[in-house]
Design a protein around this ligand. Structure first.
Ligand SMILES: Nc1ncnc2c1ncn2[C@@H]1O[C@H](COP(=O)(O)OP(=O)(O)OP(=O)(O)O)[C@@H](O)[C@H]1O
Length: 251
């Protein structure tokens, strides 16, 4: 059995009268990619925000590596091992690729530790940044100013910045958005590399990539999970076909 690193149980988030996420249970396992798909407004971003601590659930619990992290703020959840990339870029464009990754790595060091063990924490942050640069395949771009890199490289950089915090769990929000074919292929290769040792949740609209990458798929519609299983099981589910995939297959 794969090791469960993150589990959300029966989580609901209400915005006034609307349940943007309703009674959703999901698990993320080490060495596995769990893709969450669904039409616009299905609740995928809200679910991601609930797992990362950006918003607190109305009801339900979230555990990370066995610890109950429900209601923790994003910084504390990040320190506990969760890394999140945002749809909206967090890159500081005038800085180089290396500087961006290095800053992200430093953010992992608690404030107190920065003062108490400055030299060792700087060394550790450098090592984390170096590993993240390499893992994301950006060594050739190290000294380039972020503004001068391509769209695909900027998405790689966002992932490198997430990796620099040394997470066990990765929440990736549309990492292939706006990419051409070659860039998307590179990103798919990167995500497959990252599968090792990480538990990953992928929210993505590119169905080719989803079916290439996902070990497990959850389909959401109107805040609820309508299907969850292997890609083959989900593809064969009549409810999914009519609610979501059917549109494309007959389109
Ligand atoms: N802060 C908020 N206040 C009120 N309603 C919200 C808020 N955030 C999201 N919603 C609503 O919750 C529902 C789910 O939105 P969400 O953004 O999670 O969907 P999504 O599946 O991520 O959509 P997309 O694929 O377009 O990003 C939508 O009806 C949205 O309007």
């Amino acid at each position: 059995m794969p090791e469960t690193l993150l589990a959300a149980r029966n989580i609901t988030k209400r915005f006034g009268g609307l349940a943007a996420v309703h009674d959703v249970t999901v698990e993320l396992w080490r060495d596995r990619i769990h893709a969450v798909i669904g039409p616009n407004g299905a609740g995928k971003s809200t679910l991601t925000n609930l797992l990362s601590g950006d918003i607190a659930p109305t009801t339900g619990t979230v555990t990370l590596a066995g610890r109950d992290v429900t209601g923790w703020n994003p910084e504390r959840i990040s320190r506990a091992g969760l890394g999140r990339s945002y749809q909206k870029t967090n890159i500081f464009l005038p800085f180089t690729v290396w500087e961006n990754i290095r800053l992200a790595a430093q953010s992992r060091t608690p404030n107190a530790a920065r003062w108490l063990k400055l030299a060792s924490s700087v060394g550790e942050a450098n090592e984390r940044a170096e590993r993240a640069l390499e893992l994301a395949g950006l060594q050739q771009r190290r000294h380039q100013v972020a503004a001068a890199t391509s769209h695909g490289e900027q998405r790689q950089l966002e992932i490198a910045m997430t990796l620099a915090t040394d997470p066990q769990v990765l929440l990736l929000d549309e990492p292939l958005a706006g990419m051409g074919t070659a860039e998307a292929e590179r990103m798919v290769e990167l995500l497959l590399r990252l599968k090792k040792d990480h538990a990953m949740m992928l929210v993505e609209h590119d169905m080719d990539a989803v079916f290439t990458l996902a070990d497990h798929l959850t389909v959401m519609v109107n805040g609820q999970v309508i299907a969850s299983g292997t890609p083959a099981q989900v593809r064969a589910d009549p409810q999914v076909q009519s609610a979501y995939l059917g549109e494309e297959e007959h389109g």
